[in-house]
Design a protein around this ligand. Sequence first.
Ligand SMILES: Cc1ncc(C[n+]2csc(CCOP(=O)(O)OP(=O)(O)O)c2C)c(N)n1
Ligand SMILES: [Mg+2]
Length: 354
Amino acid sequence: MRLSRAWDNRFEAMARAGRIGRWYSAVGNEATTIGTTLCLDAGDAISTVHRDLGAVLTQYLDVNRLAPSLFGEGDRTAWDAIRPDAQPLLDRLACQVFGRRDGFTVGHDRSFHYGLVKPEWGIRHVGMISHLGSMIPVAAGLALAAVQDGTKAVVLGFIGEGATSQGDFHEALNLVGVMKLPMVLVVENNQYAFSTPLDEQYACAKLSDKAPGYGIAGETVDGTDFEAVWSAMSRAVARARSGQGGTLLECMLPRMRGHAEGDGSYDLIPQAERERFLAMDPLPRFEQRLAALGLTDDARTAEVTRVATEIIESTVERAIAAPEPDASEAWRSVFAPGEIADAFARQQSEVNHG
Ligand SMILES: Cc1ncc(C[n+]2csc(CCOP(=O)(O)OP(=O)(O)O)c2C)c(N)n1
Ligand SMILES: [Mg+2]
């Protein structure tokens, strides 16, 4: 959670300084994105949208190898045995958001429209389509594929509450219900969709009230409470894994930032509400909870924050210095695996050279 926050802090500062054009902050979403993704196993899939950096970091990174000073052998999971070295992957992630050649979309794009599917690493991440709602049927399709392939994989799809007003939400959840697909749809309900507040977004009391209409389980939790998120997601994963079908898990979140940094949307939130939201920060809350359980103390908390910040600072510096994409290679493939991309490159080269 501190790594995700350090990343946001750095990119928000660069957005304010005009060094990057735009930044969608995930500040406030960490307990939800990380608390849910940590419940998955190798081979499970995630689909993400614009505030899900925490989920991506959780799926991609072996944190034991990223920050050895903070972890011990006992912290390693079975999944960590097949995960790659974390720092090169984090470097690629930073190159992605800077549009560098070594990003996942090889410089075609400078944002969240990336994914990484590496079964040998246990990573299956399908990156976003920008149109609100469009990722919900994609996640349902991944869940259908898991059933057809006979794997026990679970799919975790993320979406904002604004996306639930689109037709795709209905079509996908209906399919999940009818076919009992192993999918958990996490709605990150930060109570605003750009400038639209909840009372203009839907007329039900809770979005999870819609779940029974699809014949799936529904739950609403405080998305800033790591333990509440973790337990609700554990229940949802157990249901999905055992063939009992999908869950609509609504995580209530504070809108701690504007829609995108510097777009003026933060000013649309009333001052009193902004203050209430800022006081709901999930990170100090979880740190205090861990301290109360005797699992951390002020010194350890400060050390975790320091190490996380250092890792992000050096990663960002390397990405800034990394090579730009070569414009003459505009044909380069984004999604095809190596051999297909190489064959395509050869073919293009023959076309170009006569
Ligand atoms: C179909 C469609 N309409 C409008 C947009 C522009 N847009 C991008 S994000 C967004 C608001 C998203 O709100 P929400 O789903 O609640 O997610 P949040 O940003 O609050 O996390 C809008 C209107 C879009 N991407 N797709
Ligand atoms: Mg929202």
